[in-house]
Design a protein around this ligand. Structure first.
Ligand code: ZN
Length: 129
């Protein structure tokens, strides 16, 4: 599956954001090693700290859907409010748990690819424990 298709899923997911407080809509789509795509949007809460980011939302959906296919090849992130839109620090760590290899964002000139090591260098992961 190509990166544009995964980004299309992220774009579509951003349209389903629940962001009544920030009005900052984000969609994320994860491509797994098994070739499946799982998407999510940000879901805010009146108790702000309980809000869930699109990337973490997509990752939890992935982790629940198929315990045999929890390795992330890439995550595409899209927001109509920010171009490019990168994962927050907490989501970088969350994606790291599942071995994310690449982050894909979009700006005015198209898709931008970042090796995960560049997004979260010297990271802490499951192999340390
Ligand atoms: Zn986040």
């Amino acid at each position: 599956m190509d990166r544009e298709t995964v980004m299309d899923a992220a774009r579509e997911a951003s349209q389903r954001a629940y962001a009544p407080y920030s009005n900052f809509h984000v969609g994320a789509a994860i491509l797994t090693a098994g070739g499946k795509v799982y998407s999510g949007s940000n879901i805010e809460n009146a108790s702000y700290g309980l809000s869930i980011c699109a990337e973490s939302n997509a990752a939890t959906t992935m982790a629940f859907a198929d315990p045999e296919d929890r390795n992330i090849e890439l995550v595409a992130v899209y927001s109509p409010n920010a171009s490019p839109c990168f994962p927050c620090g907490a989501c970088r760590q969350f994606l790291r748990e599942f071995g994310c290899k690449e982050v894909v964002v979009v700006d005015g000139s198209g898709l931008r690819r970042y090796p995960f090591e560049e997004i979260l260098p010297n990271s802490f992961g499951p192999e340390v424990l």
